[in-house]
Write a protein that binds this ligand. Structure first.
Ligand SMILES: C[S@@+](CC[C@H](N)C(=O)[O-])C[C@H]1O[C@@H](n2cnc3c(N)ncnc32)[C@H](O)[C@@H]1O
Length: 406
C-alpha cells in the first residue's frame, strides 16, 4: 500500500492479535464513563501504544450488562463497574464530594485521561425538539461531576453535534464548571473522515486539560488526512471481507424480507445507488428527504454514519456495494474502525452487536485526535523502533461544521 499512514491504520484494523495494551511501560491511567463495549477505550489504548505507553483502565462504568460483558471480554483487567454513572458520582456539581464519591476517588487513584460518551438520543436531530430536554442530557454533566471528583489530567467528552443546541445548555454549563475547576477547555465539531475513519460521521468533542503542555484549543487543527488522498473509502475498510459471509455470527448479514431482497437485487442489477420512489414503501412516494434510506454504499466513497440500524436497508444507506444484502456486523465494525481483534462475543446476538457497534466511538478517530495531544506528556524511554510514526501534515484548521443527525 502506497500510503504509510494508511498501512499502519489498516494493520491495526485487520490484525486478529490484540496488542498487549496492559503490558507496555508507563501505563496511562484511564477512566471511561458510559463505556459501552469499549470503542473509546480501544482508541485511547491504541493512541498510548503508538506513543510506546501502556494503558491501565482504572475505572470503566457501564449499566447495560450485555455491553459491559463485551467490554469485560476486551479489557479483562479493567476495573469495570456495572452500574449507572450517577449512582457512583452522586454529588451536586461544585458541591463537596459525597461519601460515595470519596470512596471511588480513593479506589481509583490518579487518573491521566477521563473519557465519556454519554447517551446522546436526547440531542439527536433524529428525535423531535422536546427530546432535547431529555433527562439523559443531564448525564453529560455527570461526566463533569466525575472530573471534579477524580481530577484527571485530560478530559474528553464525546457526543452528537446537536448537543450544542441542548435546551439546558449542557456544553456551556460543562465548560463553565470545568474552567472554574482549573481546566482549560475547548470544544468543536469534527468530520471523522478527516481523522482516517471511512465514514461521514460527525461528532462534538469537548476537551479539557489541567496540564499546561496540553492545549485543548489545538485540537481544531488536528487531523490525519494522508498525503495523496483525503478520504478513506468503504473499499479500504471492507473489500477483503466480500467473500467471507457466513450463515450465522458476525459475518452473517441479516435475513431481509422478500420485498427488501428484491429492492437490493434491483440496486445491484441496475448498478444504482438510490432506490426510486415507486420501489419504496408508500410513505416515501411523495417528496421526501430520505434519499439515503434503502440506498447502496459506494466502494470508493466513505460510508454514511454507521448506526445501530446497519442491518436494515430501511434505516439508512446500508446495502453492500456489490452484493444484495446489508452490511454484516463484522463489516459495520470495520467501518467504525473497531479492529478484528475486538471480541464481539459470539454468544451474543445481532441486537447486542448492533448496539455495541453502532454506539461505539471509532477508535481511529480517537487515535488521531489524542496521540498528538498525549505526546506532549512526559513519556517513558521507549526504543525508537517501537514507536509508530505520528508525523502529521502541516496542521489544517478544520472548519466548524453544522449539525447532523447521529
Ligand atoms: C454512546 S454509548 C457509549 C459508547 C462507548 N463510548 C464506545 O465508544 O463504545 C452510551 C452507553 O452509555 C450506557 N449508559 C446509558 N445510561 C447510563 C448510565 N446512567 N450509567 C452508565 N451507563 C449508561 C449505555 O448502555 C451505552 O452503552
Amino acid at each position: 500500500m502506497a500510503c504509510g499512514r494508511c498501512a499502519v491504520d489498516r494493520e491495526f484494523l485487520v490484525t486478529k492479535k490484540r496488542p498487549d495494551y496492559e503490558g507496555a511501560p508507563s501505563p496511562l491511567r484511564l477512566v471511561d464513563l458510559f463505556a459501552g463495549g469499549g470503542g473509546l477505550t480501544v482508541g485511547v489504548a491504541e493512541a498510548a501504544r503508538r506513543l510506546g505507553r501502556g494503558t491501565e483502565v482504572a475505572l470503566a462504568v457501564e449499566n447495560d450488562g450485555r455491553a459491559a460483558d463485551i467490554y469485560g471480554l476486551n479489557f479483562p483487567r479493567a476495573n469495570l463497574v456495572r452500574s449507572s454513572v450517577e449512582a457512583l458520582f452522586d454529588g451536586e456539581l461544585t458541591a463537596p464530594v459525597t461519601a460515595s464519591e470519596r470512596s471511588i476517588a480513593l479506589a481509583v487513584g490518579e487518573v491521566d485521561v477521563l473519557v465519556a460518551g454519554p447517551p446522546c438520543q436526547g440531542h439527536s436531530n433524529l428525535n423531535n425538539h422536546t427530546r432535547r430536554q431529555d433527562p439523559r442530557n443531564a448525564l453529560y454533566l455527570r461526566a463533569v461531576r466525575a472530573v471534579e471528583v477524580l481530577r484527571p489530567t485530560l478530559v474528553v467528552i464525546e457526543n452528537v453535534p446537536t448537543v450544542r443546541h441542548d435546551k439546558g445548555g449542557v456544553v456551556e454549563s460543562a465548560t463553565q464548571v470545568l474552567k472554574a475547576a482549573g481546566y482549560s477547555v475547548a470544544s468543536d465539531v469534527f468530520r471523522l473522515v478527516e481523522f482516517g475513519v471511512p465514514q461521514r460521521r460527525r461528532r462534538h468533542m469537548l476537551l479539557a486539560s489541567m496540564d499546561d503542555r496540553i492545549d485543548p484549543s489545538v485540537m481544531g487543527r488536528l487531523g490525519s488526512t494522508c498525503d495523496d488522498h483525503t478520504e478513506r473509502s468503504v473499499r479500504w475498510a471492507i473489500e477483503d471481507l466480500v467473500d467471507q459471509t457466513t450463515e450465522s455470527g458476525p459475518d452473517a448479514a441479516s435475513k431481509p424480507a422478500p420485498v427488501n431482497l428484491e429492492r437490493m437485487q434491483w440496486l445491484i442489477d441496475q448498478d444504482e445507488y438510490d432506490l426510486p420512489n415507486p420501489m419504496r414503501p408508500k410513505c416515501h412516494h411523495g417528496s421526501h428527504s430520505y434519499t439515503s434510506m434503502y440506498g447502496r454504499l459506494r466502494w470508493d466513497a466513505p460510508a454514511q454514519t454507521i448506526t445501530t440500524g446497519f442491518g436494515c436497508m430501511g434505516q439508512g444507506r446500508f446495502v453492500h456495494p456489490a452484493q444484495p444484502r446489508t452490511l454484516t456486523p463484522h463489516e459495520a465494525a470495520r467501518l467504525q474502525t473497531l479492529p478484528d481483534f475486538f471480541d464481539l462475543d459470539t454468544r451474543k446476538g445481532r441486537g447486542v452487536w448492533a448496539t455495541v457497534i453502532g454506539n461505539a466511538v471509532p477508535p481511529l478517530f480517537i487515535v488521531h485526535l489524542l496521540a498528538p495531544l498525549l505526546s506532549a506528556l512526559p513519556s517513558p524511554a521507549v526504543p525508537e523502533a517501537q514507536l509508530v510514526d505520528l508525523t502529521h501534515e502541516p496542521p489544517v484548521p478544520l472548519a466548524l461544521v453544522g449539525d447532523s443527525t447521529s
